[in-house]
Design a protein around this ligand. Structure first.
Ligand code: 13P
Ligand code: SF4
Length: 303
């Protein structure tokens, strides 16, 4: 590990590169990251770094978002086939249909989406700012895509607006069953339940806290409680345990692994940086079209 870390440090220096990682990637990758965070943090940091190369340790839509916000930089994705299935669970045809039927609706696109879907949307959101951004929009009708569950969570938090849902879902979060969560709560009655809003509504209803991965980590770190049941991808446990060595964390179920995030390994990170391969390449017209909704997200999230 030390040897690999040294190789990576030398490469980063020579190439003026930084490593950014999502909380769901394997611990060996999180350990070498210069920046680690949730989807929102990673897209924001991509606009702030002055590095020439960003090695984006996450799934494809994260690399694309960094490229759209930073078209002059070289973005490398260590596992080019690490794609989020939910990113494809909506269609431009459906967006156009909703626009025809609901001309006053805003199209709000979760960043877990293809660049094409973003390019047809009015604004992007992540799980950490979706409620705030939807609330701040002047439109009373919102078409939320692709995730039905995050859309429904937003609808519950913003009851004065009509949220039209799309039927996309994350297989990792939707598979965390209410029965498994109930059993975990019964086994650890003093533990607080931490839930990502991509989970089923029955699971969200049981939560002591529901929010993005960064929100979950912040809540657990600030909480007086000593035990927590975690209903999101288990990569977050690395940061949770690092920041809270005196607290205990339990998985809500036994299927909380995102196979795409786990494709990113330390060897692949070194390899892409050494050879400068697996660059995120996108048509200039697509970058331009998807830029405005992502930029609007950064502005509204910080307003
Ligand atoms: P965050 O917005 O919490 O980073 O979540 C991203 C994601 O892929 C959840 O499955
Ligand atoms: Fe996509 Fe779910 Fe994996 Fe997140 S955890 S990247 S939403 S498949």
């Amino acid at each position: 590990m030390e040897e690999k870390r040294k190789i990576l440090d030398d490469l980063k220096r020579q190439k003026h590169a930084v490593i950014m990682a999502h909380y769901y990637v394997p611990e060996e990758v999180q350990e070498v990251a210069d920046y680690i965070g949730d989807s929102y943090y990673l897209s924001e940091m991509a606009t702030k770094t002055d590095a020439d190369i960003i090695v984006l340790c996450g799934v494809k839509f994260m690399g694309e978002s960094a490229k759209i916000l930073n078209p002059k930089k070289k973005i490398l994705l260590p596992a080019a086939n690490a794609d989020c299935p939910m990113a494809h669970m909506a269609s431009v045809e459906r967006i156009e249909e909703v626009r025809r039927e609901h001309p006053d609706a805003a199209v709000v696109c979760y960043v877990n989406s293809t660049a094409e879907l973003k390019s047809h949307s009015d604004v992007c959101v992540t799980s950490s700012n979706a409620v705030k951004i939807v609330r701040s929009l002047p439109n009373n009708e919102i078409f939320f895509l692709p995730d039905e569950h995050l859309g429904r969570f937003v609808a519950e938090q913003v009851p004065d607006k009509t949220i039209l849902l799309n039927d996309g879902y994350c297989h990792v979060h939707a598979n965390i069953s209410p029965e498994a969560v109930k059993a975990a709560k019964e086994a650890k009655p003093d533990a607080k339940l931490l839930v990502h809003p991509e989970c089923l509504s029955e699971v969200v209803k049981m939560a002591d806290y529901c929010g993005s991965t960064a929100g979950i980590i912040q809540y657990a770190t600030q909480s007086e409680a000593k035990e927590f049941i975690v209903a999101t991808e288990l990569g977050v446990l690395s940061e949770l345990k690092k920041r809270n060595p005196d607290k205990k964390f339990y998985a809500a179920g036994n299927t909380q692994i995102c196979p795409n995030m786990k494709k990113i390994t330390l060897d692949k990170v070194i390899d892409v940086l050494e050879k400068e391969t697996k660059e995120v390449l996108m048509e200039e017209s697509m970058i331009k079209a998807a830029y405005a909704p992502l930029r609007r997200m950064l502005e509204l999230a910080n307003a």
